[in-house]
Design a protein around this ligand. Structure first.
Ligand code: HEC
Ligand code: HEC
Length: 217
């Protein structure tokens, strides 16, 4: 799905660019994607220092990959960081995002920056990480129902694409969901994931399943 989504969104943006260039009369009333992407690119300069110029993620800043992720999911996370449903003082790494997300002036800016991220190609596979991908593969069976057999995500279930996400980030999120640091009140999708993470016995299992997830595309 992530693979499909990328060329599609790029293609849709290209189509709109063509429509705008042709002076399409309707483009005055309806918001067009093209100027949003341009504004989003400008907003993204405030993100690149942590998430990388190509949205590839940067472990040194604990910031995950954003390129290749579904726009709906990214938008929801930014809205949650803005409202404080995600992050906060108990979330050692997530708290860095609250100020950054709030620095976007309004939801239009959220949509703009997400539209720009949607133009960035999915980065290459990351190293598998410290866990044991073979036992992780067995554990992943319980995840596939929502996230898909290749971790491609399922928009109907609001489950994001996780295939190819860095194992250090995935392991951290699983622990956060299980501890209730993520998936708090007001976060319906996160609460579902919290229940799923509770099925994993310990942080060693988090690392194993994360190592397997990192090998998926
Ligand atoms: C100071 C570093 C920093 C900056 C600047 C920053 N981020 Fe982040 N971002 C992070 C960290 C760290 C996380 C991981 C939080 C966690 O572990 O839960 C994150 C997480 C996210 C997530 C959640 C990803 C997911 O898979 O759930 C999104 C979306 C995001 N950032 C978007 C942005 C955008 C857009 C900007 C610019 C407006 C931005 N970030 C600027 C550090 C940063
Ligand atoms: C009942 C459906 C369901 C199951 C089963 C499930 N998930 Fe999720 N998962 C979700 C939803 C929905 C979200 C989005 C939460 C949000 O919006 O914050 C999510 C989010 C995540 C995230 C956060 C991604 C990010 O970029 O921050 C990770 C990692 C994850 N799931 C991994 C797993 C793993 C590993 C398993 C199996 C052990 C699993 N999930 C099982 C529904 C599920």
């Amino acid at each position: 799905m992530a693979r499909l989504l990328r060329p599609l969104s790029g293609f849709a943006a290209a189509l709109l660019l063509v429509a705008v260039a042709a002076g399409c009369a309707a483009s005055r009333e309806a918001p067009t994607i093209a100027p949003e992407v341009a504004r989003g690119k400008a907003w993204y300069t405030t993100c690149a220092g942590c998430h990388g110029n190509a949205g590839e993620g940067f472990r040194g800043m604990n910031a995950p990959r954003l390129a290749g992720q579904s726009p709906d999911y990214l938008t929801r996370q930014l809205v949650h960081f803005r409202s404080g449903v995600r992050g906060g003082a108990a979330d050692f790494y997530g708290v860095a995002m609250n100020g950054r997300a709030k620095a976007l002036p309004d939801e239009q800016a959220v949509h703009d920056v997400v539209a720009y991220i949607a133009t960035l190609p999915a980065p290459p596979l990351a190293p598998a990480g410290e866990g044991d991908a073979t036992s992780g593969r067995a554990l992943f069976e319980s995840c596939a129902a929502c996230h898909g057999a290749r971790g491609e995500g399922n928009p109907t279930l609001q489950a994001p694409a996780i295939g190819g996400l860095d194992s250090w980030y995935v392991a951290r999120q699983l622990a956060n969901f299980r501890k209730g640091i993520r998936g708090r009140e007001g976060d319906a999708e996160g609460e579902q994931m919290r229940a799923a993470a509770a099925l994993l016995p310990d942080e060693a299992a988090d690392r194993d399943v994360a190592a397997y997830v990192a090998t998926l595309r």
